[in-house]
Design a protein around this ligand. Structure first.
Ligand code: FAD
Length: 440
């Protein structure tokens, strides 16, 4: 593997948010010449599927750094007019109990933005050559060979490359190929999501606030928001006592739900929520899974993971989209750094290994921290109170004492990579000094 021997073949598993952003980052940010980037996606068509997805300032800034400025327009995503990213309301009284605020986000285009996932995906897609995306390619397995990597597809075909990036989502086959014992766990919650034309709510629900709405109840929450391109979303949730195995066999991701069940579930909540569930035309079900932090993200010096494949955090704090974009940018920047400082122009396996090392040292501690918080929360019980007053007091306390998530939402991934580089340089210089002293 060297530039003398031609192009560096990068194969990317999955053409979701992380896969597309990685293709863009490697093509634009890494500054590596002679890249051949190919993406392999199980879907047979690239449709605008999914429901709502939020990007925090870190994700919005990263979109800009990747050159995906089309996604920053007011047309594609929705930003609340108050500039407050999250407003937390009481389920019964509708009273605002607490808010999250932006601390250092001077550009309003970087404020928390809510998209239909399909619109964000389409905005990224505009920057990836269509002929590099191979559809209908369901990955079964990934392998490292003596001089490269390979993906094996359900249709019996294979793809070969020098480097493999696993961007195939929470149920990643690439991750499973290298960490076969890895298990996802059902968090006990199923989300009921719907996106629909905002005309169903505009002028029909009096006093509907202009900002996104986040109500907390004793056990479950309810979320409603305008999205870009004239869409609106509602999101409810319920607890399901089934085990991970039972759930996997019975509820598919994006499966049609029963909107009457949603209405029944939220019938005692405040009148605004009742009006919103009345106009919600359908719900789809999204069972929530999460997994532990992986022991490592680099396999055989040629394979790494990005997005949900690398950190199965189950969508907590609505951070998944932004984390995936930051992973992609960090990977591109890591390659850029290693190849700019290397004395030779040769693309050796050692240089690749060094780039993947820098990438994981920058990203893994950050997402491991998130996973620790997620797993603590999954185990936390919110029921078992003796009186309604006690339950309400606990809820209000929980809302006021939410974990501070600014370290996530305003994370500067470029600065984090620079800090990793500095740390590595000072470690190397200490090692050099120790070696020198031992020779004296
Ligand atoms: C169809 C869909 C709808 C979603 N809707 C929402 C939503 O409404 N709200 C939200 O917050 N999050 C949603 N998500 C998840 C969200 O996009 C991710 O949590 C986040 O953006 C991180 O992106 P990712 O690229 O790592 O994962 P994903 O966005 O899940 O992308 C993974 C990609 O890999 C592909 N893939 C998976 N397995 C294989 C395989 N075996 N072979 C080939 N390709 C494979 C998938 O089809 C997908 O395109 C959705 C994901 C998908 C795939």
């Amino acid at each position: 593997m060297s530039r003398n021997s031609g192009k560096l073949r990068v194969i990317i598993a999955g053409a979701g948010i992380a896969g597309l952003a990685t293709a863009i980052s490697l093509a634009r940010v890494s500054t590596l010449p002679d890249l051949d980037i190919q993406l392999y996606e199980q879907a047979s068509e690239l449709l605008e599927i999914g429901a709502s997805i939020a990007l925090s300032p870190n994700g919005m800034r990263t979109l800009e750094k990747l050159g995906v400025t089309n996604a920053l327009s007011d047309e594609v995503g929705f930003r609340g007019p108050s500039g407050i990213p999250q407003i937390f309301r009481h389920w019964k009284t509708d009273q605002v109990i607490s808010v999250d605020t932006h601390t250092n986000v001077p550009d309003p285009r970087h404020h928390t933005t809510r998209f239909h996932r399909g619109h964000l995906h389409s905005a990224l897609l505009e920057h990836v050559p269509r002929q590099s995306i191979h559809l209908g390619k369901k990955i079964i397995n990934a392998e490292i060979t003596d001089n490269g990597v390979s993906l094996h597809f359900e249709d019996g075909t294979k793809a070969y490359g020098d480097i493999l990036i696993g961007a195939d989502g929470i149920k990643s086959r690439v991750r499973q190929s290298f960490v076969p014992e890895y298990k996802l766990r059902f968090s006990g919650k199923i989300f009921m999501r719907s996106t629909f034309d905002a005309s169903l709510v505009e002028d029909k629900i009096p006093d509907l606030p202009a900002d996104s709405l986040h109500w907390w109840g004793p056990n479950d929450n309810f979320f409603a928001s305008r999205l870009g391109k004239g869409q609106f979303t509602t999101v409810g949730a319920y607890s399901d006592p089934r085990t991970t195995d039972e759930l996997e066999k019975s509820v598919d991701w994006d499966q049609k739900g029963d909107v009457q069940f949603l209405r029944e579930r939220y019938k005692d909540w405040n009148p605004l929520i009742k009006a919103l569930i009345e106009v919600t035309p359908y719900t789809n079900l999204y069972p929530n899974f999460a997994g532990d932090a992986l022991p490592k993200w680099v396999f055989g010096s040629r394979v790494t993971l990005v997005g949900d494949a690398a950190h199965a955090h189950g969508g907590a704090f609505a951070a998944g989209g932004s984390l995936a974009l930051d992973d992609a940018l960090a990977l591109g920047l890591a390659f850029k750094h290693v190849f700019q400082v290397s004395a030779t122009n040769v693309l050796s396996l050692d240089r690749v290994k060094e780039s993947l090392y820098l990438y994981t040292e920058t990203r893994k501690p950050h997402t491991d921290k998130l996973l620790r918080i997620v797993h603590t929360q999954i185990g936390t019980k919110t029921s078992g109170f003796t009186t309604a007053e006690e339950e309400d007091a606990k809820l209000v306390a929980r809302m006021k004492n939410r974990p501070d998530t600014e370290w996530l939402s305003e994370h500067d991934v470029e600065a984090a990579l620079t800090a990793t580089i500095k740390r590595e340089e000072s470690r190397a210089s200490i090692e050099e000094t120790v070696q020198l002293e031992s020779k004296l």
